[in-house]
Design a protein around this ligand. Structure first.
Ligand SMILES: Nc1ncnc2c1ncn2[C@@H]1O[C@H](COP(=O)(O)OP(=O)(O)O)[C@@H](O)[C@H]1O
Ligand SMILES: [Mg+2]
Length: 378
């Protein structure tokens, strides 16, 4: 029999209202939200969901930060991607997520999956004993893999059940020009000598990636919508720390169907920016393997960017300072977020997130919609 659920507010009034709701609709299952937890009652066991925050102490004006954790910071340059390496990196990510919560923000987490989904794609080709799965489903697998690692790391700091990872589908247009020009690097790095051979033998497009080596590149279409946005919003409003849009989301077409048909990896920075706009978040924090965005990156004239205006970021983007597939999507995602009403966006490493958030001391790159603070610090 289908369950009917009534959601009631907190405290004694909520419990009273729960009784009243049950009175008018005796068949309904009732969720009572008390100060620190939710109880979903059905005929067997109550299920408790623990909010990440003390909602009673949470100011209704609390600001929301969407934090996107880089796949290349979850498997760092030179690492092969063992479970232990990823768990260690996830712990550093969780510490910075915790800093943001401690600073009084409501947080939604997104994660990348470039190295991990590429590794999984290689594993598909390593055997013919079982069928290889399409890229969209590999993305779904990495949402489980990395969602679990990140939730476990956050829970280790804030208590079991704090973080919940949601399998998320993101819509793209099948006519997106990105399908004709693969730009998103995935999987391991190869040397210049191996790159042409791999391209030919495996039918890959192979690109140089930010001076770090050569990698397989796949199409990275623009996200146009988030299928589960209603569920994400409900969980955020309920005080849960949601991990969503992992790996940019599982690409689906506008009808929400046929995930397996779309061979692409959406850039998680673009998906995070879209989610931040749809949630009306104030801050977008892109956590990656470098402390700062640089101009003249990888040259002797390399210089880090501290607090900058949107106009400055746009100018550097137009000047070709930020390559496609890595820093380009980050700066574009930040600018789209700010143009859509966000207050500021940060691009930095896990260790500098707290300082960048507070705008004090030695911090990472911060792009501001209102230029009031720009020119200070650094
Ligand atoms: N102008 C730049 N400033 C800083 N880093 C850059 C720049 N251009 C390219 N990069 C590279 O972009 C990387 C971040 O993008 P990416 O590899 O996609 O990481 P993530 O997995 O966090 O999205 C940096 O680690 C650096 O190697
Ligand atoms: Mg990236």
């Amino acid at each position: 029999m289908a369950q009917r659920i009534v959601v009631i507010g907190g405290g004694a009034a909520g419990i009273g209202a729960a009784g009243a709701a049950k009175g008018t609709d005796p068949a309904a299952d009732v969720i009572v939200y008390t100060e620190f937890e939710f109880t979903i009652r059905n005929e067997s066991l109550p299920i408790r969901l623990i909010p990440a925050y003390n909602l009673d102490q949470q100011d209704p004006m609390t600001k929301t930060a969407v934090i996107a954790l880089g796949g290349n910071a979850l498997t760092r340059l030179g690492q092969s991607g063992t479970a232990e390496e990823m768990a260690g990196n996830a712990a550093a990510m969780a510490a910075c997520v915790n800093d943001v919560i401690e600073a009084g923000w409501r947080v939604v987490v997104v994660h990348g999956n470039g190295p991990q989904v590429g590794n999984l794609a290689l594993q598909q080709e390593a055997t013919t004993a079982v069928p290889a799965q399409p890229l969209a489903l590999l993305n779904a697998m990495t949402q489980g893999e990395l969602g679990s690692l990140i939730a476990t790391a956050i829970n280790a700091l804030r208590g079991p059940g704090t973080a919940a990872a949601l399998v998320t589908h993101v819509t793209v247009s099948r006519s997106d020009p990105a399908f004709a020009a693969p730009s998103k690097p995935i999987g391991p790095f190869f040397g210049a000598d191996e790159a042409p051979h791999l391209a030919q033998a495996r039918g890959w497009v192979v690109h140089q990636d930010s001076g770090r080596g050569y990698r397989r590149a796949v199409p990275s279409p623009e996200p146009t919508g988030i299928v589960e946005i209603g569920a994400i919003r409900a969980l955020v409003d309920a005080g849960c720390l949601v991990i969503a849009c992992g790996g940019g989301g599982i690409p689906v077409d506008a009808s929400g169907a046929s995930a397996a048909g779309i061979d692409a990896v959406i850039d998680k920075d673009r998906a995070a920016s879209l989610m931040a706009r749809l949630l009306g978040a104030q801050a977008l924090v892109l956590v990656t393997a470098v402390d700062h965005v640089m101009i003249n990156y990888g040259t002797p004239r390399q210089a880090k960017l501290g607090p900058i205006t949107m106009a400055e970021a746009e100018r550097h983007l137009r000047d070709g300072q930020f390559p496609p597939g890595s820093m380009g999507p980050k700066v574009e995602a930040a600018l789209a977020f700010l143009a859509g009403g966000g207050e500021w966006a940060a691009i930095t490493s896990p260790g500098l997130v707290a300082a960048t958030l507070s705008g004090e001391g030695w911090a990472g790159t911060r792009i501001e919609r209102s230029p009031s603070r720009v020119g200070q610090g650094q």
